[in-house]
Ligand binder design. Structure first.
Ligand code: GUN
Length: 282
């Protein structure tokens, strides 16, 4: 294996210890950071994510509540719940677990969260601030991925970064963060012609497409930083979007799945919640 492993578990442990110290300091000032997660329906993958978020909060000393709502919840009931949490002083972060059941309006639900409590960074207010280069809440997965990229120590200025995937929750904010770091950014997606011609130029390659093993070794520039955002279930195993077994011999750095970006996502959620609580004292 040529590549160095970017270990999300080890990085998270370090970061979570720092978050726990800051939470303890906030508690001394009378504020316990609180996260509320709303889970509508019983999607099995979402149940696992939500449980891990709760465990993360508990271990860093934060307060967390999970509000479970039935699959047939109305938009009105969902937004009513969000408004109640907006007004609750014990709650500093609100997260609506996605995907929502198809009858619900996701954009409207996210818009109902007050931007100060939008610890996912999905509200158009926070997404817009990121686009404009203003401080705001940054979405957890791209924020965690960026932290991993920074920890390689590579000077990012002028580097070619290629993001594969254009979702609002990963691809678009990831591209903005790389742009802010002075990379030359290319966004690729399912309709990109000759994808490999782009990915082969990438000093930093971020894969967020949701297709197991999609990025193969011949698509990777030797020595590249390869960030795998994919979480795909194949025959009961969790695998990424990158063909790890072969790409690891070409890349300079690579994130594993599991134990890579996914772990960092929850760490950044904890950080965003702690920071939202800190802002109430500012
Ligand atoms: N579903 C999968 N990932 C996420 C996430 O980061 N935030 C929310 N709210 N839902 C998700």
């Amino acid at each position: 294996m040529a590549a160095q492993l970017l270990d999300g578990k080890a990085m998270s442990e370090e970061l979570r210890a720092d978050i726990a110290r800051k939470v303890a300091a906030l508690k001394e000032r009378g504020v316990t950071p609180g996260l509320a997660v709303i889970l509508v329906g019983d999607d099995p993958a979402s149940q696992i994510y939500v449980r891990n978020k709760g465990i993360g909060c508990e271990k860093t000393g934060m307060h967390s509540v999970t509000i479970r709502m039935p699959e047939d919840t109305t938009q009105q009931a969902l937004e009513g719940q969000i408004r109640a949490l907006n007004a609750d002083p014990a709650i500093h972060g609100i997260l609506v677990q996605l995907p929502l059941p198809p009858h619900l309006d996701e954009a409207a639900a996210l818009a109902a969260i007050v931007p100060e409590k939008d610890v996912d960074g999905f509200h158009v207010h926070n997404a817009g601030r990121l686009l404009c280069g203003l401080p705001g809440v940054v979405a957890c997965t791209p924020k965690g991925a960026m932290e991993m990229i920074r920890r390689t120590g590579v000077d990012l200025t002028g580097k070619e970064a290629v993001v594969v995937g254009r979702s609002n929750i990963v691809g678009k904010p990831m591209a903005m963060l790389l742009l802010q770091a002075n990379c030359t950014v290319t966004m690729c997606h399912s309709r990109t012609a000759d994808l490999a011609s782009h990915t082969r130029r990438a000093d930093i390659l971020v894969a967020a497409v949701g297709r197991p093993g999609f990025i193969t070794a011949d698509m990777v520039k030797p020595g590249a930083i390869v960030i795998d955002v994919g979480i795909n279930r194949v025959d009961g195993r969790v695998v990424g979007d990158v063909d790890f077994e072969h790409v690891k011999d070409v890349a300079g750095w690579i994130t594993p799945v599991p134990g890579g970006v996914g772990r960092m996502t929850i760490t950044m959620l904890l950080e965003n919640t702690m920071e939202a609580a800190e802002r109430t004292l500012a």
